[in-house]
Design a protein around this ligand. Structure first.
Ligand SMILES: NC(=O)c1ccc[n+]([C@@H]2O[C@H](COP(=O)([O-])OP(=O)(O)OC[C@H]3O[C@@H](n4cnc5c(N)ncnc54)[C@H](O)[C@@H]3O)[C@@H](O)[C@H]2O)c1
Ligand SMILES: CCCCC/C=C\C=C\[C@H](O)C/C=C\C/C=C\CCCC(=O)O
Length: 270
């Protein structure tokens, strides 16, 4: 997929991984609509990007991915301004085990909402041009992060939802590929947010587990994850694919075609 002049939307774009995705898309010639709840960081980033890439290449939109009204409204504004949507990255996410309903609403609800709303603009049967959606999960979408069961649940949810939607898109000929990114720990503000007791809830004593995991295996830089993101965007053979990135390598995860084909152990029900 050639990214020149493509219209991209990134949620949680004001910092961290979202910012890296915005920058790699701009470097490849795309226009990018940045969505975030953090107004000051969003405006600050927009000014920085204006200087490097020119004012017409980006727009910042203040919106909360948990609000149907906000999200629907900004996608309509984006289509009015840029003419269409070719690429969406549902990246906005938090880790907050104490306020777990909020974590589910942003990490899973925001991904579901973004995917459904953007498909209305992107799918070919509605006059869209097709394109690609990348949903940001985590390695916690594939295995448990012990001190964060809710975060783990949301990220597993993102994997399951996105794989199912990729199958729907293929069967219904939407012309939209839907892929999933599963990074290991990345150096962003998300990691420091977990240090606050407010975010950890009753799992505070287990905080050391994540620190040990990072001491043992390291921590990714956001620009490395952005390169993996670009693979999922550009490779037109990828739909419903899960790309896992850890400090040693980036690998596509193989799932059996059917649940019945998982490696299994028979159980006697006698
Ligand atoms: N940092 C890691 O170790 C890591 C690893 C794997 C996956 N991830 C995932 O990557 C994504 C980005 O995380 P990050 O590490 O860059 O975090 P970050 O905290 O640096 O950035 C997240 C951004 O999302 C925005 N945001 C939060 N709630 C929002 C909402 N309701 N609506 C709109 N925007 C909202 C924040 O304002 C912030 O700018 C998340 O989904 C996270 O779960 C992070
Ligand atoms: C100092 C506190 C750090 C708290 C970490 C906070 C958030 C991190 C979120 C990342 O998405 C986690 C990424 C990778 C680790 C997740 C699961 C491990 C799976 C282990 C395995 O099965 O190999």
């Amino acid at each position: 997929m050639d990214l020149k002049d493509k219209v991209c939307v990134v949620t949680g774009a004001a910092q961290g991984l979202g910012r890296s995705f915005v920058e790699i898309l701009l470097k490849n010639g795309s226009k990018v609509a940045l969505i975030d709840v953090n107004k000051s960081l969003g405006n600050e980033l927009k000014s920085t990007l204006d200087q490097e890439y020119g004012r017409d290449r980006t727009e910042f939109y203040l919106a909360d991915v948990t609000s149907e009204e906000d999200f629907k409204g900004v996608l309509e504004k984006i289509v009015k301004t840029f003419g269409r949507i070719d690429i969406l990255c549902n990246n906005a996410g938090i880790i907050n085990e104490k306020h777990w309903e909020k974590t589910i609403a942003i990490n899973l609800g925001g991904v579901v909402r973004g995917t459904y709303l953007a498909l209305e603009h992107m799918k070919k049967e509605n006059g869209g041009n097709g394109g690609v959606i990348v949903n940001v999960s985590s390695m916690a979408g594939l295995g448990p992060l012990p001190m964060a069961p809710i975060y783990t649940a949301t990220k597993h949810g993102v994997v399951g939802f996105s794989r199912a939607m990729a199958a729907v898109s293929k069967l219904a000929n939407y012309g939209v590929r839907i892929n999933i990114l599963c990074p290991w720990f990345v150096k962003t503000s998300l990691l420091s947010s977990m240090s606050s007791e407010e975010h950890i809830g009753s799992f505070f004593p287990l905080k050391g587990i994540a620190e040990t995991m990072m001491q043992n295996r390291g921590c990714l830089e956001a620009d490395v994850v952005a390169k993996a993101f670009l693979v999922l965007v550009k490779d037109e053979s990828k739909n419903g694919d899960v790309l896992m990135i850890d400090p040693d390598e980036a690998v596509f995860v193989s799932f059996p075609e059917r649940a019945k084909d998982f490696s299994t152990t028979p159980v006697s029900l006698e």
